[in-house]
Design a protein around this ligand. Sequence first.
Ligand code: FMN
Ligand SMILES: CCCCCCC(=O)C(=O)O
Length: 359
Amino acid sequence: MTGTTLSEYESRARELLPGPVWDFLAGGSGTESAVSAGRAALDRVRLRPRVLVDVSACDTRCSLLGAPLAAPVGIAPMAYHRLVHPEGEVATARAAGDTGALFTVSMFASRTLEDIAAAATGPLWLQLYWLRRREQLTGLIRRAEDAGYRALVLTVDAPRVAHRPRDARNGFAVPAGIRAVNVDASVMSASHGGTAGESAVARHSREQFDPSITWADLAWIRERTALPLVLKGILTGEDALLAVEHGVDGIVVSNHGGRQLDCAIPAADALPEIAEAVADRCRIILDGSIRHGTDIAKALCLGAHAVFVGRPALWGLAHSGSEGVSAVLRGLSNEFDEAMALMGAVRVEDFDRSGIVHH
Ligand SMILES: Cc1cc2nc3c(=O)[nH]c(=O)nc-3n(C[C@H](O)[C@H](O)[C@H](O)COP(=O)(O)O)c2cc1C
Ligand SMILES: CCCCCCC(=O)C(=O)O
């Protein structure tokens, strides 16, 4: 990581960002216990290396729903990258392309889908929340297709944004001049209306997200696009099975970085039952607390095909724009390459349950 450790990127981002913005990034819902539990769950997994394997040519590359990746790593969808850097998602897209990572753009991106696509040299996916005004979704799907996005990620763990005490205390609102430019301003304007005790983000989500959607509504998206569909925020084998039965192409096993259901099971703890339920019928991505190359190895052993990285990408962006994001991603990939060699894994597919024990 060019001599700078990930925790140094985190510390520097914390120094650089205004307190309420830092709290929006770092914070979680309720007791915030689901944030720390995500890390603890990965720490409980220990690796079982195999030796005397020829690891002179480890190959970190893989493919995810047709997207070729330099390593099984993508950037998780996160709203409003311009909160941390003026170039916002355009800089992030450039870094993802430079490092061969997938970039999942949030529907609440602060740069247009088209500008992001113009800067990208790697694969892009688009994340959606289900808005009450469905015509907004129709428009986004069409624009994503036209701009070359390769999959849609529907986030299903957020019928509304959860109560996040830090944001409520700060009366957090997205600063003037930064906007979710891809949705109609009258639909989603989290840039005003924050008051001490209430976050504008949480309030706008209650007004605009449709909490009534069910499995049956997935057909509505399917009728409008041939793009692969990925559901983000699955934490049980039961829902993973339903996802497969409804024909989804992938799922992101995620507790939203501890930002939605307080006390939710950590994604790494949920992954084994999900992998068993899915039985290779769709792609599985894990997110939450991925901070080391060994975390990627652990996720693959637990049954994931790839991981998403959330907050660390924003730390890199806050630190030094596109270069910072590239450094963070490259650091993780280099660590993963080393984990492969020391685990005796030559290909990404070599990781399986025999590579880990739980403590
Ligand atoms: C600042 C911030 C904004 C986020 N915005 C979104 C979003 O727009 N859509 C979404 O599905 N998830 C969103 N997430 C959740 C991430 O996609 C991801 O699940 C989580 O950050 C992963 O955990 P990690 O940050 O520990 O890596 C956001 C997370 C953060 C920190
Ligand atoms: C009304 C804007 C909602 C943005 C939600 C972003 C998000 O998912 C998060 O975790 O924060």
